[in-house]
Ligand binder design. Sequence first.
Ligand SMILES: Nc1ncnc2c1ncn2[C@@H]1O[C@H](COP(=O)(O)OP(=O)(O)OP(=O)(O)O)[C@@H](O)[C@H]1O
Ligand SMILES: [Mg+2]
Length: 226
Amino acid sequence: MNKNIILHCQQLIKRYDQGGLNVDVLKGVDLEIRVGERVAIMGASGSGKSTLLHLLGGLEKATSGEVILEGVNINQVSGAKLAKLRNKSLGFIYQSHHLLGEFTVLENVAMPLLIAGETVKQARVRAIELLKRVGLGHRIEHKPGELSGGERQRAAVARALINKPSLILADEPTGNLDSKTADQVYQLMLELNQELQVSFLVVTHDHELAARMGKVLHMEDGLIVG
Ligand SMILES: Nc1ncnc2c1ncn2[C@@H]1O[C@H](COP(=O)(O)OP(=O)(O)OP(=O)(O)O)[C@@H](O)[C@H]1O
Ligand SMILES: [Mg+2]
């Protein structure tokens, strides 16, 4: 195994039954993400970007093809083992923050660590440290509903990072933000990429933001075309 490669996939195919018709939404995707790399994925609506991220993150199974995450073929593990691998190696950020409304920002960010078996005290210390880093040190006891859109996405970035993952998968993480706020969240991701050597794979429709990543891939009709 090449230690520089965190995640790769080969000939990834995803077939859905759409009203009795079998449609290949991914038609054989090859991709590789290296340590510290920043990759943007662009492409028209429906080209398969979110589907690809779901497969790479082990949230859905491929129809065929392989996803290798830190040397492990994720199609060959399931249940608790897959959840553990995902929890250890990956962080996720979505277009909508997916924070739990009834918990504080601190509790939301600490939660993945608690699930991973860390003590409450340790989880709290690390969550506060990260919340300070993303500029939310003064908001830790607030509920997500009391934050601005940009603050919520920064909290989501902190939550994605708390398990010290090797790779963050982000699906239009700034899609709901105005361009200035989107820019700030990108800036934060770039800084964290440098500081923590965490890799990013980010789906975006924004050319300017994509250009700030190290590499831009284009998807068309279920394939990466360059
Ligand atoms: N569960 C499903 N069942 C059937 N078809 C699906 C399913 N999920 C996605 N698709 C289809 O797969 C194709 C790709 O969807 P996907 O969500 O990956 O696109 P996308 O590139 O992320 O688009 P967008 O930019 O709009 O988010 C679409 O045609 C969609 O209708
Ligand atoms: Mg999508």
